[in-house]
Every structure is written in structure tokens, then in C-alpha cells.
Design a protein around this ligand. Sequence first.
Ligand code: KG4
Ligand code: ZN
Length: 334
Amino acid sequence: MTIILGIETSCDETSIAILKDGNQILSNIVSTQINVHKRFGGVVPEIASRMHTEKIHFLLESAFKEANLNYSDLSSIAVTYGPGLEGSLLIGLSLAKTLAYLLKVPLIGVNHLMGHIYANFLNHHVPKFPFIVLIVSGGHTQLVLVKDYLEFVILGSTKDDAAGEAFDKVAKYLGLPYPGGPIIEKMAKEGNPRAFPFPIGLKNEGLDFSFSGLKTAVIQKINNLKKQAINFSINDVAASFQKAVIDALLLKSLRALKQYKITNFALSGGVAANKTLRDFFINELMNNGVQVFMPETKFATDNAAMIAAAGFVLFDNKKFANFSLKVKPNLSLC
Ligand code: KG4
Ligand code: ZN
């Protein structure tokens, strides 16, 4: 039996999870700081680290209580060491080192992006290797070929904004609160996605993404409508913008699947919590003979269960870290 404690503090969620044998979640406690950062229109790094420090020990206590376990039951400590906010990552890593040192169990450094990928392994049915995963979060938009448990090839990345970042920036422009994704999704449900035909970045070339042109197109459209005193529905803008993001993500994902002749596909990252996007991917990819996997919504956004799941894979492969492990704010997947 392998029991892994997962710790996640890379951005504005503090989370501790306890995972048995790679996929049985004994506890997954997530404390979000969104309500505090909201009033600043985005994450304030200094506040994020302070809040991790204030909360993390209470979460640790709750995680053990919920799992009904003791410290001595742990096989290993898995912690996010990058990418993310430096000060925030340091809080999780310091706790992880202290626990691993005192309990004399291996320390495992987990790449946050690998965590997002392995959120898909918390399900009953998991993707078969080789598979392609689309990571869509606030900081990343990447198509990755996963050849084996620890073999990743980046097939495409965003050239500018990440998909989640585009949701957040457009929401901010529309005067909506941070984070933009959930609120735009809600408004889009009441709007017409065909009201404004927004562009798809890098439509005809390759597997990379670009969302900054889309963001500018949305802003220009609103400015022009306002200048001409034309009435418009903000829900239509939200729906049309969301459609353009989904169309871009789908186009590149299908292109990658065809190019590499892959039939298993996984979604991951905060934007993968978007129900409209999930439904579109399921329909479109299944119509193309592709098996689609996605984490439950609560495991798509940042959480420690996914860090423990990736930690389990690293544990199994004896990829242990030593106590000189440093945080890496710009860490990439490979
Ligand atoms: O993976 P995540 O929790 O944190 C990072 O690693 O970045 O992703 C956060 C991002 C934010 O940009 C947020 O706006 C977006 O995920 N997001 C969504 C939804 N829920 C969260 N985007 C679209 N629709 C959603 N329902
Ligand atoms: Zn994330």
C-alpha cells in the first residue's frame, strides 16, 4: 500500500490531499483565495504567499482527520515545485521538506503541469499510452504527446496568452470579476455564440495557439459598438468569445490527433472545468473515433490530489528529490 501526501501552493489555491495507491482519494482539501484576490482584479503574489502560510497547517490537520490516518502512515510527500509564483511555491516546498525530513520518507518534487495531466488518472477509466493531452489553465495552453508515464513531447503551445488568461483578461475588460472563466461561461449560456464571428489565431498553421488577437478583437468590437451607440448584449459577446476559444482548442487538438495518429485524448487544467467546452470536446472527438478523458470538474482546477497522483507515478519510478530541491517558477514539462 502506498500512501502519498500531496501539497499544492503554486498560485491562489492552498491544497493538501492524501492518496492511496495512486487513485483512491482519502482526502483532498482545497482552500481558494479567490475572494481576496477578486478585489484586486487578479492574483497578488505577496498576498497569495501570506495566505498559504496562514492556512496550510489547518488544511494538513483536516486532511489527516478526513483520511483517518496518522503521519506514520505516509509513504512519501509529493509537492509542487514549479511552475508558479515563487513565494507561494516556497510555502509548500518548505512544509514538504520538513515533513519528509522528520518522517524519514522520500520527498518528491512534482511539476504542476504533470499534476494537471495525472488528474486524468484519478478516474476509473484512464487514457492509454500514447495519448495526447491538452493542458488549458490560467498560465498554460499546451498540447502534449504522452508517450509513456514520464515521457512527454510538447507538440504545441500558446505564443502569447494562455486560454484561461484570455478568459480572465476579457472578463476584466467587460468589468467582470476575477477569475473570468466561470463568469463568462455563465453569461455565455444566455448569449448567442454566433452573434460576433471572432477570429481563431494561427488557424491555418501548425499546432501552436494564439489568443491575444482574439482578446484585441473582442475589445475593438465592444469599443466600436459603443462608439456607434449600437445596443448589444454582453452575453452575446461572452458566448461568441467562448466559442472562438473552444473552436481554436478543438481545431488544434484534432489536427494533432490526426497528425500523430493518436486515438486517446485527455483534457486538463482550470479551463477544462468549462461544461460547454467539455461537451464540445466529447461530441467532436467521439465523432472522429477518439476516446476522450477528462477529470471531474473539481480536479480540473488546482488541487493537491492531482499532485499526489503525479507523485505516485514518480514514487513508482523511484524519482525522489533531495533536500536541496529549489522552487522553479518557470519550470516546463520537458
Ligand atoms: O488550472 P488552474 O486552476 O490554475 C492554473 O494552473 O493556472 O486554472 C485557472 C484558470 C483561470 O484562468 C480561470 O479563469 C480558468 O482556469 N477557469 C475557467 C473555468 N473555470 C476556471 N475557464 C473557463 N471556464 C470555466 N468554467
Ligand atoms: Zn493549474
